[in-house]
Write a protein that binds this ligand. Structure first.
Ligand SMILES: [Zn+2]
Length: 87
């Protein structure tokens, strides 16, 4: 049976984008998160445990991004980045 779609193992090539109420946005490669927290950890559970490094508040929004470079200014890529918003 394949792992659930929202575990870090299944999201290996994705990035986790976490936004804070203070305006800080942080991107984490899921591959690194899997190495640190374990591949069976589910992304929503991880987001629930996260706190902003700047102000200590929990995230107000989180999304999975398949290629954050696509959204960067001046980047000419394959199109719009694929995003999946985490509940
Ligand atoms: Zn913050």
């Amino acid at each position: 049976m394949p792992p659930p779609l929202d575990t870090l193992a299944a999201l290996d090539s994705w990035w986790l984008e976490v936004r804070c109420i203070c305006g800080r946005t942080t991107l984490f490669p899921c591959r690194l998160l899997a190495r640190r927290f374990g591949p069976e950890v589910r992304a929503p559970a991880l987001v629930a445990r996260m706190r902003c490094q700047q102000c200590g508040e929990p995230p107000v929004a989180a999304a999975l991004v398949d290629d954050p470079q696509l959204g960067a200014p001046g980047y000419v890529g394959r199109g719009k980045p694929v995003r999946r918003v985490i509940e």
